[in-house]
Design a protein around this ligand. Structure first.
Ligand code: UDX
Length: 442
């Protein structure tokens, strides 16, 4: 089986590497020459645990190659996956399908009969139909199938998510498309991963619905956390209690500074717009988008409150700036809203992040960077935890406290035990921990 993966971004690269590890022959196409050169040397342009070894192993075995030559790879392929970006379109919040349709135009002259074109990028419902229409117009002679195969992997655990999925979702009609997709995923279905075949529209919509539901779950627990603070409850106890109900489930109930990343913000926005256009508005999802945006601003105000009402002239040491741990990705990270807000109110920001610094340096001007958290905390008035990297969990709180000149610890990921933090001399505030009220609220 020969696979052509168009796009060596997050989803494309991880999927291509995992498919090649199953034993399939994969050519991954990208337009970025620098990226291709790195990849062909087995070096990875993104940070994802385990991906470097996986790629290097399969490059060495000759099962995966990276190329800029789309015609050749498409001519040879049984399946072409489209894994190009679908960012939010400026101005209206819809998914921007420019890269998808560009790829379709480029590949059209080179397809041979029986080929299967499959979208792996997250694309709005109806995109498969539109790809089919465009391909038919460009190649009325050709016989092909267009399938949808949305990817549910998470950054930071992408390889495990791909190889141990809760489900593989394939949207297609009966026939060659379905047969080929079943064959490609046989290494997983033989290990009893459920491979589900549904209509193309259902697969396309399910991806948006899944991400929006998870974003809604996080937004729900964030608001419950705020309520906990007002009424003296503890959100982790509430989350455990509700999560024990099998209908709710315990995952994605960790409160924080608001969700970010490459998927949730863009998919929530795109679903809301698609639904409006279809005259079936998902008002709950619209509300999730609004509440999450407001939350990031509210988190800046929370730091001000915890600092006694103002951060003017204060130094804030920040632990973690990426949107979540185990990634260098800064897309829609809460830090991008919270830190500039604190700077605009007169604070000086010092920060450290195990992987995020190279990207963050471009996006967060006037931040002083450190490798070591204790050094970042030196002389700071306030310590702010924004990302729950493991390396922050076991830090010596007494040492942190004595490095600082102030005693305020704002823990937006509930990484530390309030008691330990207080024992170390901190004035601690977490998220949704009712006994730990902000100083101004007391
Ligand atoms: C998400 C989906 O989980 C994945 O299925 C999809 O393919 C892509 O989008 P990802 O963006 O990599 O994956 O990260 P995820 O772990 O889902 O976290 C997204 C955001 O939600 C992060 O900002 C994270 O901090 C936040 N989050 C997650 C919470 O605030 N609380 C939680 O309980 C879980």
């Amino acid at each position: 089986m020969k696979i052509c993966m168009i796009g060596a971004g997050y989803v494309g690269l991880v999927s291509a590497a995992c498919f090649s590890d199953f034993g399939w022959n994969v050519t991954c196409i990208d337009k970025d020459e620098g990226r291709l050169a790195l990849l062909n040397r087995g070096e990875i342009p993104i940070y994802e645990p385990g991906l470097d070894d996986l790629v290097a192993r399969n490059v060495a075995a000759g099962r995966i190659q990276f190329s800029g030559s789309l015609p050749e790879a498409v001519r040879d392929a049984d399946v072409v996956f489209l894994a190009v970006g679908t960012p939010v379109r400026r101005g209206d919040g819809y998914a921007d399908l420019t890269y998808v349709f560009e790829a379709v135009e480029e590949l059209a002259p080179h397809i041979r009969d029986g080929i299967v074109i499959t979208t792996k990028s997250t694309v709005p419902v109806g995109t498969g139909r539109e790809i089919e229409r465009r391909l038919k117009a460009l190649r009325p002679d050709a016989e092909f199938a267009v399938c949808s195969n949305p990817e549910f992997l998470r950054e930071g655990s992408a390889i495990r998510d791909f190889t141990h999925p809760d489900r593989v979702l394939v949207g297609c009609d009966e026939g060659r498309g379905r047969d080929i997709m079943a064959r490609i995923y046989e290494p997983l279905s033989l290990r009893s991963a459920p491979v589900m075949f549904v209509s193309r529209e259902s697969a396309e919509l399910a991806k948006y619905a899944a991400n929006s539901f998870l974003a809604m779950k996080i937004t729900f627990i964030n608001e419950i956390a705020d309520l906990c603070e007002e009424v003296g409850a503890d959100v982790s106890e509430v989350a455990t209690a509700i999560g024990a109900d099998g209908r709710i489930g315990p995952k994605f109930l960790n409160p924080g500074p608001g969700y970010g990343g490459s998927c949730f913000p863009k998919d929530v926005s795109a679903l809301a717009r698609t639904a409006r256009e279809a005259r079936a508005p998902v008002t709950l999802v619209e509300q999730v988008e609004k509440v999450n945006m407001e939350r990031k601003i509210a988190m800046g105000a929370r730091v001000e409150r915890a600092s006694g009402g103002s951060v003017h002239g204060k130094t804030i040491a920040v632990l973690g700036v990426t949107f979540k741990p185990n990634t260098d990705d800064m897309r829609d990270a809460p830090s991008l809203v919270i830190l500039p807000m604190l700077q605009s109110r007169g604070a000086t920001v010092r920060a450290c992040d195990p992987q995020g610094r190279p990207q963050a340096e471009q996006l967060l001007p006037d931040v002083e960077w450190f490798v070591d958290p204790i050094e970042a905390a030196q002389g700071a008035d306030v310590l702010l935890v924004l990302t729950e990297w493991n390396e922050f969990r076991a830090l010596d709180l007494k040492q942190l406290r004595s490095a600082m000149s102030g005693d305020v610890l704002v823990d937006m990921r509930n990484v530390y035990s309030p008691r330990h933090a207080q024992d170390a001399g901190f004035s601690y505030s977490g998220i949704g921990r009712g006994t730990e009220r902000d100083s101004s609220a007391q």
